[in-house]
Design a binder for this molecule. Structure first.
Ligand SMILES: [Zn+2]
Length: 380
């Protein structure tokens, strides 16, 4: 190795140019990531790429790239970073991600959207003015002015315009008609709902990502910061359908989400209330409900219910008509990583809180007993 590193640099450039058959990313066994991020470097945006990981992860990782990589094309950087990230996901998971990507591509190639205006964010056409204003003002006061907190951590507010709800319902119907006609086998929205569709799978992914980034995250940052509300970075968006000829009710469960947005789109229905039973961590998910944790929430078309994904809930039977809800599960990779190293979730789990209080009371009692003992046997 030369003293000034000239030879090494030449080899680096050679590695990037490759053999002339295209762009070759340098091999990371010879290029280590930096230990500290280059905070002055402005990373590329990875938003418009179909990647296995969140675009945010790529722009954050870019700051750790070896200096020589910072000015190469985005494609080279993506290839290099993907190779690194792939090492962190097990093969089964990688195959699943690849299969799902192909599944989505197949739908997108064949499905013809009905209302193109739904596929990118048009805030003034989608949201009611009061909601838009509150989010633009972006303060706890502005949010509180439009929401009601039915119980701690359960927020309801008017959100979607009736016209938007109609368009989305008609797009979903159009998609379902296409599925039926082409006999395309689609995935169900989640493990519990049989009726409905994953909106992300037929092109609404970008719009829903924007909905999370610009409209759900600001609220979650204020109200759900202890469960990663400010670092939400991926979502799963779907509609669920209830009625006598659809799913009727939904048992008590928690969502695979840090924050859940649940908006009723219509149509005419009776029943179908959402019931809540307290927030619980993984360990305490089946523990008893305290009387103050019991709450029922009625659905109103256009109105949203925002809650922690770990807030145990279910849906009562829809006794008449047809009810369709838009659900956006919002997740934080940062929160999920940090959670692995924690045992006490008393900042949000009702049972962890109760246990902590019990421990504190016992410790106070033990101290009192000690003091009393001291009184009985005064030191001479
Ligand atoms: Zn707990």
């Amino acid at each position: 190795m030369s003293v000034d590193g000239t030879v090494d640099r030449r080899r680096d450039v050679q590695a990037m140019i490759g053999n002339g058959n295209g762009v070759v990313a340098p091999n990371h066994s010879t290029h280590r990531l930096r230990l500290n991020p280059n905070t002055e470097h402005k990373p590329d945006s990875y938003d418009n790429l179909q990647l296995e990981y969140s675009p945010l992860l790529f722009s954050s990782l870019e700051r750790y790239l070896p200096p020589i990589m910072l000015n190469v094309s985005r494609d080279v950087k993506v290839q290099y970073m993907r190779e690194i990230l792939m090492k962190y996901s097990p093969e089964g998971e990688r195959n699943r991600v690849q299969r799902h990507k192909e599944y989505r591509q197949k739908i997108m190639l064949n499905y013809q959207p009905l209302h193109n205006e739904l596929y990118s964010m048009h805030a003034t056409n989608f949201f009611v003015p009061s909601f838009l204003k509150a989010v633009n003002d972006n303060s706890e006061d502005s949010f509180r002015s439009i929401i009601s907190e039915a119980a701690p951590g359960i927020f309801t507010f008017e959100m979607l315009q009736p016209h938007f709800c109609e368009l989305l319902l008609s797009e979903v119907e159009n998609f379902e008609r296409w599925v039926c006609e082409t006999k395309f086998r689609i995935m169900q929205p989640n493990t519990m709902n049989k009726y409905g569709a994953v909106l992300d799978d037929f092109g609404l992914d970008t719009m829903l990502g924007k909905l999370m980034d610009d409209y759900v995250r600001p609220l979650s940052k204020v109200f759900f910061s202890e469960v990663g509300g400010s670092t939400l970075d991926s979502h799963h968006g779907f509609v669920v359908e209830y009625g006598i000829d659809r799913d009727v009710d939904l048992g008590f469960h928690v969502d695979d989400a840090e924050v859940t947005l649940n908006v009723c789109l219509g149509k005419q229905f009776s029943g179908g209330e959402l019931f809540f039973r307290g927030v619980r961590c993984d360990k305490h998910v089946n523990t008893e409900t305290l009387p103050e944790e019991i709450l029922d929430c009625c659905h109103v078309p256009g109105h949203a219910i925002l809650h922690r994904g770990r807030h145990r809930h279910g849906a009562r039977a829809t006794t008449g008509g047809h009810r369709i809800n838009l659900i956006l599960w919002c997740r934080s990779s940062v929160f999920r990583e940090l959670k692995k190293y924690q045992k006490d979730f008393s900042s949000w789990c009702g049972e962890c809180q109760r246990e902590k209080k019990e421990r504190q009371e016992q410790s106070v009692l033990a101290t009192k007993l000690e003091l009393l003992k001291g009184d009985e046997n005064p030191a001479w």
